[in-house]
Every structure is written in C-alpha cells, then in structure tokens.
Design a binder for this molecule. Sequence first.
Ligand code: NDP
Length: 242
Amino acid sequence: MKTALVTGGSRGIGKGIALELGKSFNVVVGYSSSKDSGEEVVEEIIKSGGTASTVEINVTNIESIEKAFTAIEREYGGVDVLVNNAGITKDNILPRLKEDDWNDVIDTNLSGSFRTSQRAIKHMMKSKWGRIVYISSIVGMMGNQGQANYAASKAGLIGLSKSIAKEMGSRNITSNVIAPGYIDTDMTAFLTDEQKDNIIEQLSIKRIGKPEDIANIVSFLCSDESEYITGQVISVDGGITS
Ligand code: NDP
C-alpha cells in the first residue's frame, strides 16, 4: 500500500484529507503541536479499516522535516503522496504588517512546502510515481484586504507546483494545487454570523465549505485515475470566483 503524508493533518482541512486518504493509502498524519488530535485522527482511520500513524513535522524546521521523513522511510519505505496542507495566517493591512509576520507566513506556507516537496521528491523519483498536492487559497489568485503575506504565500505555491509539474511529469509525478474558498475550520472560526452571511451571499452554492469538500478532490488527485492531470489549480469555493 502506498504511503501518504499530510502536513497539518490533525485538524481542520488536513484532518478531512487524512480521513479520506485513509480509504486508499497508509496515512501519516503530520502534526506540529496538536499531537492528541493527530492520534484521534489515526484512531478514526484504523477504526474504519485503514492504516495510519502520526509523525511530528514542523515545516519551518529542516531538522524536524528530516527526522519525520527518515522515520517514515524506515517504517514504510517512503512518502508516495505528499499533501502540503500546513498553513498559518498573521493578518494586517500593509501599513501595519510587521516584517516578522510577513516572514513567518511565507516561511510556513511557502518555504515549508518547498522543503517538504524537495525532501519527498527523492523517493518519488526513485519509484517513478508520486503525487504532490498543495493547499493554496482563492486569496492567492484574488488577493485579500489584510492578507498580503498570506496571499503572496498562497500565490507562490502555484508557481512552485507548476514548476515541479514540468520538472517531474516524465517520472509520473504529478503536482497540483487546490484553492479552497471559505471552509469551516479553526482558521475561519473568528468570522461572525453576519460575516458568514455576507460570504454566503456571494456564493453560488449557499453554504460555507466543509473539509470534506476539499478532501474529495485531493483524494482524486492522489489516485491513479488522475495521472494525466498536472500543473493545475482547482478552485473549490462554492462558486465565489466563478
Ligand atoms: P487550521 O488553522 O484549522 O489548521 C492549520 C494546520 O496547519 C494545523 O493542523 C497545524 O498543525 C498546521 N501547522 C501550522 N503551522 C505548522 C508548522 N509550522 N508545521 C506543520 N504544521 C503546521 O487551518 P485550516 O484547516 O483551515 O487550513 C489548512 C490549510 O488550508 C492551510 O494551508 C490554509 O491556509 C488553507 N486554507 C484554508 C481555508 C479556510 O477557509 N479554512 C481557505 C483556503 C485555504 P498543529 O495544530 O499541529 O500545529
């Protein structure tokens, strides 16, 4: 069975992805601080008949990444499917955006995905098969007030993914981006009911998204059936950008 690593797999969208991939892959649920929630995700996958384990992986720390991949290689051979889901926000409008907040968001969301992808690609190249999926955001294509750092990081993932797709296509390694709209997780928990209603008004499908909405397409992009799809950006946003 192939092995899938989901960074930030213990909560929110990453949890939804890990649970869905648990139907077809051996899943390694990456966590940086939410260990207990990661173990609950593993239990859930195992209860449903799958195989899974947790690994500590902080994508801003190269030693943490190396340790996690070495452990996965020792146990399972390597990472066949990498879902770069870990992400943070540190919002502020440009005049007030601190350089540290710019750097932290770029470091986690963009450089973190570069580091994990570079580390994962060795095994994928050797086995001549691989799937990489990046969880970007519609904000990476549209921009958003107060999110210059976040939008830049998410736009950067698109360039990263498209380049990897071109470099690795001949080795049966695909690289694609999912751009979610508003999804109900801790990241969007600060939205008031009024703000949610305003968002829903702009959507064609009249509800906020669920982690499962993202997980279903990620699962397809990680399957053999998607082997001719690479370098793409797929928005899953209830029609807000349509
Ligand atoms: P959450 O805030 O619920 O979860 C964030 C996840 O990222 C956690 O699992 C967290 O792990 C992990 N994480 C944060 N920093 C690091 C790090 N340094 N190393 C490894 N893991 C880290 O967010 P969502 O589930 O909502 O978001 C998941 C992804 O989807 C993010 O990339 C986000 O930008 C993107 N997205 C979300 C949207 C939404 O509306 N919710 C919309 C568009 C995109 P831990 O708890 O272990 O620290």
